[in-house]
Design a protein around this ligand. Structure first.
Ligand code: HT7
Ligand code: ZN
Length: 850
């Protein structure tokens, strides 16, 4: 397979002035007629992408031409002047199981064109830097016919749409089906009324309210915070059951995985509500960060994704709790992004080469990309941030641009030289930041050192610009130095604090302070700061920075758990005392208390052991976690019981942050208390539950102690006709299965009549979840590896994009001991050697094998 390189970028030789498309829809033989007005620029070889298309006819300015067609597209002699290209092709949406291009889901036609799906619809320069206005005519007997932009006209069996905003083909969308609309409207700050609609299958209408509320909140927020207004007369969202990812920001016609649109208290958990709110916002925010200003090429993916994730994080922080959101985001980066950055799949936020771009929709591009944007925001401050964003929109509206253009807006606004900052985009890997303390009785000297280990293809690393947020606390509790940002640029820097003066100013006796470093997770780095359990327990109680308060608790529980998992001396006393204090602190938000109560994931613990040079044993980790949960339940039973009772549901379910926080704490307490009461509370909770958060919380608690058989059956009987709830039912069983039974449970579920493996949501809920059950997946029998690989190979020819993404289950293979490593390597080699492997999965497996 051919590699594409950032440095090989060349603009397309023609401008596309206008695109007109006519679709004659039919499941096995859809005809697509295209009329495209080209105007020469640099010219060159005229090449249009096209894959899996049957060319019926082609003409230039009305005269038939016979282009040379290959598997990837066509070339043709064209005149050296503006010309009209016309072509007719035939495609078979019903046979399109890859879910890229035009495909069918439950009798409905829909599209997914990002990144390179448009070339499966018609011949076109399918690259993001070719932007044009589109007119679309759809002919079909289906009652609802939608495309991008504003509706122009419609009649029986046809509809026409016009999108005046120049857009790349990846933002094209078409939907046709027997759909129902739930409607609302939004008046922009300039007084234009926008028609909003969520389109769903019959029967789902009563689950659209939250998506519409979230959409209106997002529209208002983008106007308020960024001065960005919506720019068409309609905004449509469609829910689709068969979808490779979460959602897609097509201009004026967002298409969503139904799991990320449909919600009612009975069927969706608080997490689902929060995710729906965030993803609706994310896709809406793309209207400016991605659509009006787009990417020059796919190497610049982080330009739209990193920025849009950052914007959706800000939105969630504003709608809910900013500290809780920041802790969750920091936790996600530290576990999942660091895992990617420290393994064989490491790549820069802006990669420089790829074989299959779909493999680069990663946590590094999205989430580390968002961290980089957040660092920039914090470095320049709020006013300059807003001014630079305004300049970026003004300068580049209607253009396809690069990270250099993005940073130029900041350089030109602030006068700052951002050359070193640019390394965050070009250098892969997680910087290690160490903090060493020296105390002479008056002055505290901190020596900060940074280094980034090599990553595949990048041996040498230069120092990064790291904003290190630091604060100091007096050992009696109060803060003596408020958060201060040290902008570190060198491999080593020394910072001195006159603690005597700071203590004096605060009216306190001079004592060695406790350092709170990397507050608010001020940079995506691994902090190495050797603090004692006593200092950590102190920070857990007193730090004014919520992220570091949580981090102090995490460090304590992590240390105890890794010691337990390796047969060492574990002393969880300091942590449990801190936890008890947090649980009885009535000023603390229940959502925060719930976060403090949560343990690091088994995968995080495995990574911590690997970082310390030990081969993790996932079974030992599972036993350690269970022993710790028993210990917590026993020691904290009275406080857990009080918190459980204090958070018992009162009044109707509202999916707001306060209610979600209470329910989260309630469920966390229930899970622990179930280890003490033989499931009595969980059974009662399950029987009384009037919302999905409570039912699933109770079921989860029961399954985690090996009980809950009857409840599982009752749940299935009640929800068997609901595909979204059934996904939860499938996933929970695999997630909570014992290490010995996990593969067997997953295997049994694949025999279930509702295991529709070609539907990505269902495949992920069973097969994907097995990889999330670390102790089950890495059971020494190796059964899970074989089972997982067999399913991956079955899925690969049907849906390569989803198969490739799932293959990352093996990304950590090198962290395990020799026996597991040998099995994992053999499994990867078996996948790599299998005939006809897709380019998508082939690239992933080759990178993992190194
Ligand atoms: N920009 C989109 C990314 C995407 C995608 C979505 C659905 C199916 C396949 C996809 N490939 C890429 C979604 C987003 O990040 O907003
Ligand atoms: Zn996005």
């Amino acid at each position: 397979s051919r590699k594409v390189y950032l440095n090989d970028y060349k603009p397309f030789g023609w401008e596309v002035e206008q695109v007109s498309l006519t679709f004659r829809l039919s499941p096995r033989g859809t005809r697509v007629l295209s009329r495209i007005a080209f105007r020469p620029r640099e010219g060159g070889r005229f090449f249009l992408h096209g894959e899996g298309l049957r060319l019926i006819s082609a003409a230039i300015d009305g005269r038939t031409v016979t282009p040379e067609v290959t598997d990837e597209g066509l070339t043709c002699e064209v005149p050296d002047r503006p010309f009209l290209w016309e072509a007719e092709v035939e495609i078979a949406p019903e046979d399109n199981t890859a879910l890229e291009g035009l495909y069918m889901s439950n009798g409905m036609f829909c599209t997914q064109c990002e990144a390179e799906g448009f070339r499966r619809i018609t011949f076109y320069p399918d690259r993001p830097d070719v932007m044009a206005p589109f007119r679309v005519r759809i002919e079909s007997d289906l009652p609802v016919l939608l495309s991008n932009g504003d509706p122009v006209a419609s009649g029986k069996g046809w509809a026409e749409w016009h999108d005046p905003w120049p857009k790349p083909a990846y933002l094209f969308a078409l939907v046709a089906g027997d759909l129902r609309a739930v409607r609302d409207s939004f008046t922009t700050r300039s007084g234009r009324e926008i028609d909003l609609a969520v389109w769903v299958r019959e029967g789902d209408e009563d689950r659209c309210g939250w998506a519409l509320e979230s959409l209106k909140a997002s529209m208002a927020w983008d106007e308020r915070e960024y001065g960005r207004e919506y720019d068409l007369s309609v905004f449509n969202i469609v829910a689709v059951d068969d979808f490779n990812a979460g959602a897609m920001e097509n201009k004026g016609l967002n298409i969503f995985n139904s799991a990320l649109v449909l919600a009612s208290p009975e069927t969706a958990t608080d997490r689902d509500f929060e995710r729906i709110e965030a993803v609706i916002a994310h896709e809406y925010f793309h209207n400016w960060t991605g659509n009006r200003v787009t990417c020059r090429d796919w190497f610049q993916l982080c330009l739209k994704e990193g920025l849009t994730v950052y914007r959706d994080q800000q939105f969630t922080g504003d709608m809910r709790s900013a500290p809780v959101k920041r802790i969750e985001d920091a936790a996600m980066i530290r576990s999942r992004q660091f895992r990617e950055d420290n393994g064989p799949l490491a790549h820069p936020v802006r990669p420089e080469e790829f074989i299959e771009i779909n493999n680069f929709y990663t946590i590094t591009v999205y989430e580390k990309g968002a961290e980089v944007v957040g660092m920039l925001h914090r470095l320049v401050g709020q006013n300059a941030w807003r001014a630079a964003c305004d300049l970026y929109f003004e300068r580049h509206d209607g253009q396809a641009v690069t990270i250099e253009d993005w940073l130029a807006a900041f350089r030109d606004t602030t006068g700052r030289n951002l050359t070193q900052f640019m390394r965050w985009y070009s250098q892969a890997g997680t910087p290690r930041l160490s903090v060493a303390e020296d105390w002479d009785g008056q002055t505290l000297t901190l020596t900060l050192r940074q280094h980034t280990p090599p990553t595949p293809g990048q041996q040498e690393k230069a120092p990064q610009l790291i904003p290190v947020a630091l604060g100091l606390l007096h050992p009696s509790g109060p803060e003596i130095l408020r958060t201060q940002i040290v902008e570190m640029t060198e491999p080593e820097e020394v910072v001195r604090y006159d603690v005597g003066a700071l203590c004096k100013a605060a009216g306190l006796k001079t004592e060695r302070p406790v350092v709170s470093a990397l507050r608010n997770f001020s940079a995506p780095v691994m902090l190495e700061h050797d603090q004692s359990p006593k200092e950590r327990a102190f920070l857990l109680r007193h730090d004014t920075d919520p992220v570091n308060r949580w981090e102090a608790g995490r460090a304590l529980s992590r240390a105890a758990l890794t010691a337990m998992a390796t047969g060492g001396d574990a002393d969880p006393q300091a942590w449990l005392e801190g936890l008890e204090a947090a649980l009885t602190d009535e000023t603390l938000d229940p959502a925060m208390q719930s976060l403090l109560l949560s343990l690091p994931s088994e995968d995080d613990l495995a990574q911590s052991l690997a970082d310390a040079g030990e081969a993790p044993d996932p079974l030992a980790i599972r036993h350690a976690v269970e022993a710790m949960q028993d210990h917590m339940a026993e020691t904290l039973e009275p406080v857990l019981t009080r918190a459980f009772e204090a958070t018992a549901g009162t009044g109707p379910f509202r999916p707001d942050a306060a209610g979600a926080g209470r329910r989260s704490l309630h469920n966390a307490c229930l899970t622990l208390l179930t280890r003490r009461d033989e499931g009595t509370r969980a059974r009662e909770t399950f029987a009384r539950a009037d919302n999905m958060t409570a039912s699933l919380g109770a079921l989860n608690a029961l399954l985690s102690v090996g009980a809950g058989k009857d409840e599982l059956a009752a749940f299935e009987a009640r929800w068997q006709h609901d595909r979204l709830v059934m996904d939860k039912w499938f996933a929970l069983q695999v997630m909570r299965a014992s290490p010995e039974q996990a593969t067997e449970v997953a295997e049994r579920l694949t025999q279930h009549p509702q295991f529709a493996w070609k539907t990505p949501n269902r495949f992920r809920s069973v097969i994907g979840t097995l990889a999330g059950n670390a102790a089950g997946f890495h059971h020494p029998s190796g059964a899970a590896y074989d089972f997982f690989a067999d399913w991956l190979l079955k899925l690969d020819p049907v849906n390569p994009q989803t198969a490739a993404r799932m293959s990352t289950a093996f990304e950590t293979w090198r962290r395990y001991g020799p026996e597991r490593q040998a099995r994992l390597r053999a499994t990867l080699e078996r996948i790599a050697a299998s005939p006809g492997l897709s380019r998508d999965t082939g690239e992933m497996v080759a990178r993992m094998l190194g």
